[in-house]
Design a binder for this molecule. Structure first.
Ligand code: PMV
Length: 333
C-alpha cells in the first residue's frame, strides 16, 4: 500500500495541442507554478481488478464509465513504460485506488493535474523496492493521465519539455526553480461553477484545426518558453507578466478559432481582466492574469501585492474566491 498527496498548478506558458494524443506528447513546451493547495490524496494497493473509490469534499462515489476507462489506460501505459525501464513485473495485476480530493469541483483549478501527479507518485512509492524512480520518470507516468499533471510532480516552477519523437518517455517535466525561489501567490476568481462542456483531452485534439495553431507553437519554441524561464530565474515580474498574458490570450485565440470553436472565456472573464488591467495601471501593482480551459481568472502576484489583489478579488460580485501560493508538488505520505 502507498499514499501520496499532490496539488494543481497554474501555467504561464500553456500546453494546448499534442503531436500524439493517446500518449499525450505535446507539440510544444509549457511552464507552470505548482500550487500549495488545494490538495488531493491517493492511496493505492495491488488488486485483481481496477477499483476506484473517490471522495470529493466529503462526497463519496465509485468511479465508473469513461472516468474508470481513463485510469485503466493510464495504468496500462504506465506498465508499458515501466517495461522500458526493465521492471515490467513491478505492477503485475491491477490497482485499488482511493482518491480523497479537497478540490472544489468545476472551479477552474486543474483537478486532473493534481490527481494524475498524485497517482504517479503513489505508483512510484508502491514499486520503490523494485526500482526507485527519479522525479522525471514519475512525471512521465503522470503525463500519461494528463499532460499538465507532469508539471505538478515537482514543486516551484516547472517546465514540461515536449522533446522529440514518438516514444512514451519523449516528454518529461524539469524543475526550473524550487518553491523557495520566489514567493508568488495565485488569487483565483471564479465567476461560474458550471461544469465545462468540452474537456481539455478533447480540446487538445482540436487545437491543430485552428489557423493560428502553428504560429503559436512556433512562438513558444523560438521565444516564449525561454523568456518565461528567464523571467522566473531573474524574478522579473514585468517580463513574466508580458509573456504569460501574451501566451494565455494566444491560447484562447487558438481555442476560439478551432473547428468547432471552443469558447471558454465568458463576459465576466473579460470584465475582470479589464478591471485588473485598470487597477494595476493606477496602482502599479505586480499582478498578472491568466485563464485555463474555463472562465476562471487566476491573478498571480508577488507577496507585497497580495493585500490589494485580495481586496480586488473579494469585491467581485457573485464570484467565488480561492487563494493559493507556490507549493512543493507531489510527495509521498
Ligand atoms: O493536462 P490537460 O490535458 O488537462 O491540459 C491542460 C490545459 C491547460 O490547463 C489549458 C493549459 C495548461 O498548460 O495547464
Amino acid at each position: 500500500m502507498a499514499t501520496a498527496i499532490s496539488t494543481p498548478n497554474i501555467a504561464f506558458i500553456k500546453y494546448w495541442g499534442n503531436r500524439n494524443n493517446p500518449l499525450r506528447l505535446p507539440m510544444a513546451d509549457s511552464l507552470s507554478m505548482t500550487l500549495s493547495e488545494p490538495s488531493v490524496e491517493i492511496t493505492i494497493d495491488h488488486a485483481d481488478t481496477l477499483k476506484i473509490q473517490s471522495s470529493t469534499m466529503g462526497e463519496d462515489r465509485e468511479v465508473t464509465g469513461k472516468h474508470l476507462d481513463r485510469f485503466q489506460k493510464v495504468i496500462d501505459l504506465a506498465k508499458e513504460y515501466l517495461g522500458t525501464l526493465g521492471i515490467d513485473d513491478a505492477l503485475p495485476g491491477e490497482l485499488s485506488i482511493r482518491i480523497d480530493s479537497h478540490i472544489p469541483p468545476a472551479v477552474g483549478l486543474a483537478s486532473s493535474a493534481a490527481v494524475f501527479s498524485c497517482l504517479a507518485r503513489a505508483i512510484a512509492a508502491l514499486i520503490t523496492e523494485k526500482k526507485e524512480l527519479t522525479d522525471e520518470q514519475v512525471s512521465i507516468i503522470a503525463r500519461l493521465g494528463s499532460g499538465s499533471a507532469a508539471r505538478s510532480v515537482m514543486g516551484g516552477f516547472v517546465a514540461l519539455e515536449a522533446g522529440e519523437g514518438a516514444s512514451i518517455d519523449a516528454a518529461k517535466a524539469v524543475q526550473i526553480a524550487d518553491e523557495n525561489h520566489w514567493l508568488l501567490h495565485d488569487i483565483v476568481v471564479i465567476p461560474s461553477r458550471e461544469e465545462k462542456k468540452v474537456g481539455s483531452t478533447e480540446g487538445h485534439a482540436l487545437a491543430a484545426t485552428s489557423p493560428y495553431f502553428a504560429a503559436r507553437i512556433q512562438a513558444i519554441r523560438t521565444r516564449r518558453q525561454q523568456e518565461c524561464i528567464d523571467s522566473i530565474l531573474e524574478k522579473d515580474f514585468e517580463k513574466l507578466q508580458r509573456v504569460s498574458e501574451e501566451d494565455a490570450l494566444d491560447m484562447h485565440h487558438v481555442m476560439e478559432t478551432s473547428n468547432p470553436p471552443l469558447k471558454y472565456l465568458s463576459q465576466e472573464t473579460h470584465r475582470i481582466v479589464g478591471e485588473v488591467k485598470a487597477l494595476r495601471e493606477t496602482k502599479h501593482l505586480p499582478v498578472l492574469f491568466t485563464m485555463d480551459a474555463g472562465p476562471t481568472v487566476h491573478l498571480v502576484c508577488t507577496d507585497e501585492a497580495t493585500e490589494e489583489v485580495r481586496a480586488f478579488a473579494s469585491a467581485q460580485k457573485g464570484c467565488t474566491i480561492f487563494e493559493s501560493q507556490v507549493g512543493p508538488g507531489a510527495r509521498g505520505k
